[in-house]
Design a binder for this molecule. Structure first.
Ligand code: OGA
Ligand code: MN
Length: 287
């Protein structure tokens, strides 16, 4: 059966029309979805009014799921496979710790030595307007660099740090950042990553990268800033406007993303994410 696909932008992303992940799906049918995921970097599945168990079960088809030991504060209390991205206050009334998750360009779990293959984010509650997410195609970003730049960055490793949020929860931000740094020491990742399935090279950077291994921050920053700016040029980006019960699946090996926070924060935004484990990449460095 041929899937009905609708492109989301010139750079990346495709909507799988008429998908229903609550129904049993054959290996062949899932294979077509997985191929679209590899081809377009992002999948959108609309109107998935499903249970948490169904979200988890569908996600498992992409691979083994992360139980989020690297992000213990943000797990769903009953389902460790679900990571909350929510501004709904905690049961005791204190502000949620995950309200500012993703507000910088990043690829999920890049600060670990088994960075994620892909993530499946589902919208439960969305604000009236805004709360959009940006996605960038890092394969395109790499391929559009000059030969000179490709040569210059070929063997560089970027040091990815956890606990580097630009905006943090007033109440728990500092404690959380310290805790994140303790659980997750800095990890060096290749700046040019070869996609383990497609074999294509992609830039692997983002705003969690502080410096290149073997170089100072001062030396590294201009090039990191340039590459991040280049990678997030509008022509490499898709901006997702959420509807309730959307599932967006992204390939963390060749895309990065950012939550914009372009909404009225007195309104509720509640998202839940599963994270598919990837293959080993990078090495731990001394802080
Ligand atoms: C994430 C993330 C972005 C958003 O769930 O990994 O970065 O818009 N979320 O909520
Ligand atoms: Mn993320």
């Amino acid at each position: 059966m041929a899937l009905k696909l609708r492109r989301l932008s010139n750079a990346l992303g495709v909507e799988v029309c008429d998908a229903d992940v609550s129904k049993p799906m054959s290996e062949a049918a899932f294979g077509e979805i997985y191929q679209a995921f590899l081809n377009y970097g992002i999948l959108l599945l609309r109107n998935q009014d499903i249970t948490r168990e169904q979200h988890i079960e569908f996600s498992r088809r992409f691979g083994e799921l992360d139980r989020h030991d690297a992000l213990p504060r943000d797990r769903h209390p009953k389902h460790p496979e679900l990571l909350l991205v929510t501004n709904e206050p905690n049961p005791d009334g204190t502000p949620s710790d995950s309200r500012y998750t993703g507000r910088q360009w990043h690829s999920d779990m890049s600060f670990t030595t088994t960075p994620s293959l892909g993530s499946l984010l589902r919208s439960h509650v969305i604000p009236e307007v805004g709360g959009d997410t940006l996605f960038a195609n890092m394969t395109m970003a790499y391929e559009t660099l000059s030969d000179g730049m490709k040569e210059l960055i070929a063997d560089l490793h970027g040091i990815h740090m956890s606990g580097t949020r630009k905006i943090a929860n007033e109440a728990t931000g500092t404690v959380r950042a310290a805790e994140q740094k303790r659980i997750n020491p800095p990890v060096a990742q290749p700046v040019v990553r070869v996609h383990p399935e497609t074999g294509r090279k992609a830039l692997y950077l983002g705003e969690k990268v502080s410096r290149f291994d073997g170089m100072t921050e001062e030396e590294s920053k201009p090039l990191i800033d340039y590459l991040n700016r280049h990678a997030t040029r509008p022509e490499f980006v898709y901006r997702h406007q959420w509807r309730k019960h959307d599932i967006v699946v992204w390939d963390n090996r060749c895309t990065m993303h950012q939550a914009l926070g372009d909404f009225d924060e007195t309104q509720r935004r509640h998202m839940e994410r599963t994270t598919v484990l990837g293959t080993p990449s990078g090495y731990v460095v001394a802080a």
